[in-house]
Every structure is written in C-alpha cells, then in structure tokens.
Design a protein around this ligand. Structure first.
Ligand code: ZN
Ligand code: ZN
Length: 329
C-alpha cells in the first residue's frame, strides 16, 4: 500500500513508499483516504525541523488534515460515509487528557496523527478509533478536508469568547492579520457570526476576503494602527513582531489571539506604555491557541456546511493547496 512518508529530523526524506497493508483490529474502523491537506506543519516536518516517528520505526506517514470514506460498516459508521479524524490524542496521564481535552494537554506527551508518534492519513487505508472520527455531511463533499484547519479557528474563537466574556464584552469589530488559509477561514467564521471584519495581508487585493463581506487591507498601502481599535485581533501571519503589536490594536477589554507560528530567534519591540499602562487599565488580554477539542471539530463541520452555498468558499477549497500556517494543528 502506498504512503507519503518522511523521516522526522532528516530533511528531504519525504517520499512515496510501499508499506504493508493496514488491517482494522477489533474496535477500529477501516477508512480509505480521499484527500489530505498539506500545510506549514507538513513542510516543517519535511524539512526535518519537527515531528516524531511512531515506535514502529524511523518513518512517519504524513497527513493530519484528512477526508476519508468508511470502508466497512461498524461502530456507528456505515460504508460510504464521509469522515475526518481528530489530530491530537490523549497523553494518558494528565488532568486535561483525562477530561478528554488533549488540545489542552499539560504534559506534551500526546500523539498527533501524521505529526507526533502516530502515522497520518497520507496513505490508502487507515484503521481508526471510532471515537476520533468526525462525520462529514455528504453535501459538504471535498470541502470536508478543511475541517481540521477550521477546527483550529473554532477553538481560537471559542477561547477568545470565553476570555472576552469573563466580563461584559461584545465582539463587534475584529482584525485578522494574515490572509493565508487560517486567516481566511477565521475571516469567514467571524463573518458567519456577523462580526465587522478587517483582514490584512501583504498582497494588493484579496477577492476571497471581499466576497466574505470583510474589508481587505493591504499592509503596503495602509498602517494597521490607522484602522481604529478592535474587540478581537487574530494574528495568523506568523510574524512575532506583528504578534507583539496586536496588544496595541485592542479596544478596552479587547482580546488578541495568536495562531501563526514564528520560530525565528529574534527580539521584538513592544511600546512600553501599551504593555505597562493600556493593557492593565483597559483589561486587555493576549493569548495563544493550538489544536482543537472535539466540540470545535463539530462546530467546524457545521460552519463549513453553513458556508457551503458560498461560491467563494468552494473556490477556496480548490485553491488552498496549503492550509494552516504550521504547528497550530
Ligand atoms: Zn495543518
Ligand atoms: Zn495530556
């Protein structure tokens, strides 16, 4: 059976390889992979910078953003049903994982499909724990492959709402920095919630942003600080300097959420008064978010289904060869 494999820790070892056939054991559902999204995380693993192989050898099968079809009836699933699967699995020994929240794992000993200690979906067949499968409505079709990056955005929004909602707060105006797949999906989720959205990125224009009803801002033409202040700022560009600046773009009680990854060793600047005065006197918060809880996967599938009639969303699925920015999955 063919699979897309790599040797984590070793750059340029990604290749197609013939692996032994996969058999479903008792308690597993056999699924056939239809689509796999490729994102910044895959690129980092492929460059030897990230990822851990499972115990069965030095190779890791890639693929954590999947759309698959059930091969055999069983465990509440029927042959022909479309599914996707969660990425992160319990470490088995922390209170977060004991409460079925591996997205909040406290030890880092979790496994992740196609990333850490667990083979991914970039192979013909996968045997999966039915508790990790998420049903994809048939009409959603190949858009279902976007469930994983959408779940990342859903978790970030859920946490932003919880943090903002610790005191009286309204999410009326949001800024999304970065118009890659995570920035675009975040833009669409916020628009589905009727939030006034500004999405900023480097290119001169962005049709997909404008079709969502959000306003596109080219950072070459406009300064972010001239757009006014926001209840929520999401950094999805993966630039640590921009991340530091998000605190200064917030309204009173505003929340800034970091989703991009910037692994460069560097020192970033932050206006001392923004941190030392405004953040305190205006109850502002800056937080990071990774991965997703099962409830975020279910919300992602439901919201993608709500957005499905939009032609822009369908073209997005076709055009976004790479999905998330990296390591947020
Ligand atoms: Zn990803
Ligand atoms: Zn854990």
């Amino acid at each position: 059976m063919q699979a897309l494999v790599t040797r984590p820790g070793h750059a340029h070892t990604t290749r197609i390889e013939d692996l032994p056939a996969v058999e479903a054991r008792e308690g597993e559902v056999l699924v056939r992979t239809l689509e796999v999204g490729v994102c910044g995380t895959d690129r980092e693993i492929s460059e030897g910078l990230f990822g851990i192989p499972p115990e069965d050898g030095p190779l890791l099968v890639l693929g954590h953003e999947a759309l698959a079809v059930v091969e055999r009836n069983g465990y509440g699933f029927t042959r022909g049903e479309l599914v996707t699967a969660t990425v992160r699995r319990s470490c088995g020994h922390c209170i977060a994982c004991a409460e079925e929240c591996p997205d909040s794992c406290l030890t880092g000993d979790y496994s992740e499909r196609g990333i850490t200690r667990l083979h991914g979906y970039a192979r013909e067949l996968v045997a999966e724990d039915p508790g990790q499968l998420v049903a994809i409505p048939k009409p959603l079709g190949r858009l279902g492959v976007l469930a994983e990056p959408t779940s990342i955005c859903e978790r970030a929004l859920r946490h932003a709402r919880t943090i903002g909602g610790r005191q009286p707060w309204q999410l009326e105006r949001a800024l999304v920095i970065g118009a890659g797949p995570i920035g675009l999906l975040m833009t669409y989720l916020l628009r589905l919630a009727d939030v006034e959205v500004w999405t900023a990125s480097l290119e001169p224009e962005n049709e997909l942003v404008e079709k969502s009803g959000a306003r596109y801002v080219s950072t070459h033409a406009e300064e972010l600080s001239e757009l006014g202040k926001f209840d929520l700022v999401v950094e999805a560009a993966g630039n640590a300097q921009l991340m530091a600046r998000t605190l200064g773009l917030l309204r009173r009680s505003g929340v800034a959420c970091l989703l991009g990854i910037d692994p460069r060793h560097q020192t970033v600047e932050l206006d001392g008064r923004v941190l030392g005065v405004d953040t305190i006197l205006e109850n502002r918060v800056l937080f990071g978010s990774v991965n997703a809880h099962r409830q975020d996967w279910l919300a992602a599938v439901a919201d993608l289904d709500r957005a499905r009639p939009s032609r822009a969303v369908r073209s997005f699925a076709v055009r976004s060869g790479a999905t998330c920015r990296g390591r947020t999955c």
